[in-house]
Design a protein around this ligand. Structure first.
Ligand code: SF4
Ligand code: SF4
Ligand code: SF4
Length: 477
């Protein structure tokens, strides 16, 4: 649309969920749905804030008014509005979809003092018995899980604290009878939800209920092989595989955004198994496929002898998956390394290697975990005395978050003060010290190298140089 034709009287915000997170310097990040985020400079932030404010009160704004109130040239304002239109954030020339009072649910503005993401292990109960379950220990923990009313007040506190993305995991979250009620409560606050499930209990009735939360909901289902014998064995549930396969297809019929989560162990890490799974996911048009190597925690650590492996142990498969992640658009493959970024690495040696991280906490964006009994942690894999902040029954989420920042600055995890050997390591710029929990678990010290992350960098470099598959031996666990 050309500027002269722009009729702001008919401007509206399209019905996608958005969260504008303002930073202290007035730059901001705009979160759209579960995955898309845009960085906005202070000029764009001002315009968007103005639009949100104005559109909440009154749909009549003119370009001239905007330009003079914001003290910005009219052309710049118009160009930015056009960009928002192209991104599907604003629309013109049709009747507003949402009444002004509904906008609060579509758009939230939060400040940068809040955590961005939170994982809530909503129950310790599970009907599977996976050989690599990292949450296994939580089933043994004493204490009463949060009741429905406690859970619903926690949802409000999480929303009040400004959290943008929540992962509901467990245990198996669908075993909570109030799960739909909890997801609805998050939906009302416009919070993006990822529901991590083993996929066994996804009934039609449940999907009918979840359908109305589609615009903020992503369902993530675990499957490690299409072969029932292999997958049933890994998941410790005889007969689960056929049910899960049917349920994945069912979700796709509903059109709900789906991620498939696959853990590579000695039991399934081979090319035929992964290609068969990949073909299935392509056929049914799953949006995302996340593939990770087994982590050395919980039962994964107990069973390491029989299931544990590194990327270097299966170089051909690793290379194959990296190739696929470059070739296939749907599903988008989230594997250990993002090839586009790796190419960037090679080109200018200046790219973001954060995908080598296991989780979001150490990226400094703000991450908290809530256990089934309401304990809040800054990391689920380091010992409790380094990470437990308190319990939501005793303090609010925002107070616990502020305490976490004061008491657990995660100095042992941060880029600036990592292990001595990291500071002189040639991989530091990519690895940023890896995962300290991995280092502690596998090497017995927070100050040692995280050999799992180092292994991925080695293998990624080999893949880039096409130097496959002569892999040198790294340290053994
Ligand atoms: S489904 Fe998840 S919580 Fe349950 S046993 Fe498997 S990994 Fe653990
Ligand atoms: S964790 Fe290992 S690979 Fe990473 S920076 Fe430290 S020493 Fe280097
Ligand atoms: S130490 Fe590892 S597991 Fe813990 S928050 Fe950091 S990257 Fe995640």
């Amino acid at each position: 649309m050309r500027q002269a034709e722009m009729n702001l009287e008919n401007l509206t915000i399209l019905p996608s969920r958005m969260i504008l997170r303002r930073n202290a310097d007035n730059f901001s990040t705009l979160f759209l749905g579960n995955d898309v985020r845009y960085k906005l400079n202070n000029f764009a932030t001002d315009i968007l804030k103005y639009l949100i404010l104005k559109l909440s009160e009154d749909f009549k704004i003119t370009l001239c008014e905007m330009s003079s109130e914001l003290n910005q040239p009219i052309n710049s304002v118009a160009t930015f509005i056009e960009e928002l239109e192209k991104l599907g954030i604003l629309g013109f020339n049709f009747k507003p979809i949402m009444p002004p009072q509904g906008l609060g649910k579509r758009i939230r503005c939060v400040d940068n003092k809040s955590p961005i993401s939170l994982e809530w292990l909503i129950t310790g109960c599970c009907d599977s018995n996976c050989c690599y379950c990292i949450y296994d220990k939580y089933r043994m923990e004493n204490g009463k899980e949060l009741s429905t009313s406690e859970a619903l007040s926690l949802v409000r506190e999480i929303a009040d604290s400004g959290v943008i993305n929540v992962t509901l995991s467990g245990g198996e979250p669908l075993l909570r009878k109030d799960i739909v009620e909890i997801i609805r409560a998050f939906y009302e606050f416009g919070i993006n939800i990822r529901l991590d499930t083993n996929g066994i209990n996804l009934t039609k009735r449940l999907l009918d209920n979840l359908l109305s939360f589609q615009d903020t909901l992503k369902i993530s289902i675990s499957i490690d092989s299409l072969d029932p014998e292999t997958n049933d064995k890994i998941r410790g549930f005889v007969g689960c595989t056929s049910r899960v396969i049917q349920n994945i297809a069912k979700i796709k019929d509903y059109g709900i955004y789906t991620n498939i989560s696959t853990v590579l162990t000695k039991l399934n890490a081979n090319i035929p198994t992964m290609i068969k799974l990949c073909n299935f996911l392509v056929d049914i048009k799953v949006e995302e496929w996340t593939i990770a190597f087994v982590r050395p925690f919980g039962k994964g650590w107990d069973n390491w002898e029989s299931i544990g492996l590194f990327a270097e142990d299966v170089p051909e498969l690793t290379f194959k998956l990296m190739d696929l992640s470059k070739e296939i658009n749907r599903p988008r493959i989230n594997f250990i390394a993002n090839p586009a970024s790796l190419e960037q690495l090679v080109q200018d040696n200046n790219f973001n290697f954060q995908f080598l991280r296991i989780c979001e906490d150490c990226q400094g964006e703000g991450f908290l975990s809530v256990k089934p009994t309401g304990d809040i942690h800054t990391c689920l894999f380091l010992p409790n005395h380094l990470t437990k902040v308190g319990n939501v029954r005793e303090a609010s989420v925002i107070d616990l978050w502020n305490k976490a920042k004061r008491t657990f600055p995660l100095e042992h995890l941060s880029f600036s003060s990592m292990a001595e050997k990291c500071l002189s390591c040639p991989y530091l710029v990519f690895c940023k010290g890896g995962c300290r929990a991995n280092a502690l678990q596998t090497q017995g010290s927070l100050n040692e190298c995280d050999i799992l992350t180092r292994d991925r960098i080695e293998i990624a470099k080999l893949w880039l140089s096409n130097g496959r598959p002569e892999i040198k031996n790294l340290s053994n666990i």
